[in-house]
Design a protein around this ligand. Structure first.
Ligand code: AGP
Length: 594
């Protein structure tokens, strides 16, 4: 998704190198174009083009722009191809107003038509271009930049975080947001705006979180926030405890492999949330039903939650994709707890669902990014402690979400045995990482496959889905996760000679039935790659390859450990295929559009 940055420095240093540094930290969000605008000598300088930051920088020398304040953008195309013209900043036709925008303006066509009739000439195919035109129109009607932005947001509909600069008001950046993320950083050397904290961690860790409809004005003297009635809002300043180093590769080739290796500590740190979770449970009286709402990997963590809560606590639990949630809204009441699982806390589908759930039910967010919209809008919050996750493929945040869900399930069902078991998980995770040489070898053998199947039963079924998602999103190989018992109801027809089938088969209640399913695919020619207990000799005899996991890992905690080799398989196959695992094509880390 698009990322925006803004900065105004207190002294007269050039801001472009800082803008470039900050916007580079948002590469992980997924993008196709980059642009910067700075203000200098009564002129707005703009450099922008499609392509990776490095390529565009080599061509245009992005850091070489005069001016001590400006805005920058990475674009993830929604309206109009990736191109120089469609890149942001977008300007009005006289180049007097420059705007960067994250989100979608839903009524841009009708605004464009109206402004065209008034004589405005548009150059791009973007929805965003109407914003600088509207701001310029209101400035011409004698509004100052702040009020021109205010008038503009009265006209536009959709989701947005916007930052604007104008020739009429030097030394000022005006920003606002609705349903797209925006934070404000207060640093020693200046004031910052960004879509996400990793962009500005190096420069500012004291953060203000603007709410929907608030207008933020940055100048050399500081930051002022106004509400919709022009009143000054006294915003809390919160200090982020993430460090700039946490958002660096620190010697690893990719963020994804760094983050896979950080999983044991992500789990260990999230286990510290036990007391907070107990307090939330104590406060939740009379809950008769739980409903998880999430997308993607967070949805798979939620599915594991259903298995745990229903089997341990006997509370009926549903799991709904956030984008489909509104169709379930009629079933909610004040005895329902709706749990939102999200790494970013900014996923548009989840936020929309949260607004719906807040009207009738108790809501709990399990979120990794502090201060994000879900943490501000949910009634209860559990903060997962994974630290910043930069790779687009969720890994350590998945395990920290699972940890929070396991704690919740164990505490709500008073299951002391499971709580004790959880303490062993970090060591089991580290031990599972020792399979890396074997997995590298398997990846060399399996990377030519066109399709993979992933099978698991019970607690291992969501693991199969998540393993398949990891494969799809970074290797671009088709992978399907199935409940092992479901295969014979149709997909078995797809099993041919040599097709890789990954079977997740920990020791436990589901072992024998899963083994029968393994034999079904094996007898139809599949190449079986099993993840199972290290001492399971009969598995070694039946599968083509086995990735061994400590035999003391019980079935109930297997989702926290058996996913690790599946993440590694996806990572190493991606390297074999020559793709960048951190920035898969077409995908964004934080999906801020519906
Ligand atoms: C997972 O690898 C993906 N990046 C994606 O499925 C992600 O989990 C989904 O978009 C939900 O994001 P969230 O957890 O930030 O809400």
């Amino acid at each position: 998704m698009c990322g925006i940055v803004g900065c105004i420095l207190k002294d007269d240093e050039d801001v472009a190198p800082i803008l470039l540094d900050c916007i580079s930290k948002l590469e992980y969000r997924g993008y196709d174009s980059i642009g910067i605008a700075t203000f200098h000598d009564n002129h707005i300088n703009v450099k922008k083009d499609k392509g990776k930051i490095e390529e565009v920088d080599n061509k245009l020398d992005l850091a070489d722009m005069p001016g001590n304040f400006g805005i920058a953008h990475v674009r993830w195309a929604t309206h109009g191809d990736p191109s120089k013209l469609n890149s942001h900043p977008q300007l009005d036709e006289d180049n007097t107003v420059a705007v960067v925008h994250n989100g979608i303006i839903e009524n841009y066509l009708e605004i464009k038509e109206k402004l065209t009739l008034e004589g405005h000439v548009f150059k791009s195919d973007t929805d965003t271009e109407v914003i600088p035109h509207l701001i310029q129109k209101f400035i011409k009607e004698k509004f100052d930049l702040e009020h021109a932005v205010r008038k503009t947001i009265d006209v536009i509909e959709g989701a947005y975080a916007i930052a604007a600069i104008s020739l009429n008001e030097p030394d000022k950046i005006v920003a606002t947001r609705k349903d797209s993320p925006l934070i404000v950083g207060i640093g020693d050397g200046g004031y910052y705006l960004a879509s996400d904290s990793p962009a500005i961690l190096k420069y500012a860790r004291d953060i203000i979180y603007p709410e929907r409809g608030e207008i933020v004005i940055l100048d050399k003297e500081g930051v002022v926030v106004h509400d919709e009635f022009d009143n000054v809002v006294n915003k809390d300043i919160e200090t982020i405890n993430w460090t700039p180093e946490m958002a660096e590769k620190e010697g690893y080739d990719h963020f994804m492999i760094k983050e896979i290796n950080e999983q044991a500590s992500a789990v260990r740190n999230t286990l510290t949330q036990k007391e907070n979770i107990q307090n939330i449970i104590d406060d939740l009286e009379g809950i008769e039903r739980i409903c998880f709402v999430a997308c993607g990997t967070s949805y798979h963590a939620s599915l594991t939650g259903k298995y745990l809560i229903e089997s341990l606590a006997g509370i009926p639990t549903d799991v709904v994709l956030a984008s489909e949630f509104k169709y379930s809204a009629n079933t909610l009441n004040d005895k329902t707890l709706v749990i939102f699982i999200s790494q970013s806390g900014e996923t548009a589908d989840s936020l929309k669902a949260l607004d719906v759930a807040n009207q009738t039910s108790k809501t709990l967010g399990i979120v990794n990014v502090a201060g994000s919209s879900i943490t501000r809008r949910a009634q209860y919050v559990i903060q997962t402690q994974a630290g910043p996750e930069i790779g687009v493929a969720a890994t350590k945040t998945y395990l920290s979400q699972l940890t929070a869900i396991y704690l919740f399930a164990a505490l709500i069902s008073n299951n002391a045995e499971l709580l004790k078991e959880l303490d062993n998980v970090p060591d089991f995770i580290d031990e599972s990482l020792e399979n890396v040489d074997l997995i590298e070898d398997l990846s060399r053998r399996y990377n030519f496959a066109r399709d993979f199947f992933y099978l698991g039963r019970g607690y291992s079924y969501p693991t199969a889905l998540e393993g398949a998602l990891k494969l799809k999103e970074i290797t671009y190989i088709h992978g399907e996760g199935y409940a092992a018992g479901e295969l014979k109801h149709g997909p078995l027809a797809l099993i041919d000679e040599g097709i890789p089938v990954v079977v997740i088969i920990p020791p436990g209640d589901n072992y024998r039935k899963t083994m029968s399913n393994l034999e079904e695919v094996k007898s139809r020619g599949a190449n079986v790659l099993a993840i199972g207990a290290a001492n399971d000799e009969s598995l070694k005899a039946k599968a083509d390859d086995v990735i061994p996991i400590n035999e003391n890992v019980k079935e109930i905690i297997a989702p926290l450990i058996y996913i690790v080799p599946l993440q590694l398989i996806a990572y190493y196959i991606t390297l074999e295929k020559g793709h960048d695992p951190d920035k898969p094509k077409n995908l964004a880390k934080c999906v801020t559009v519906e």
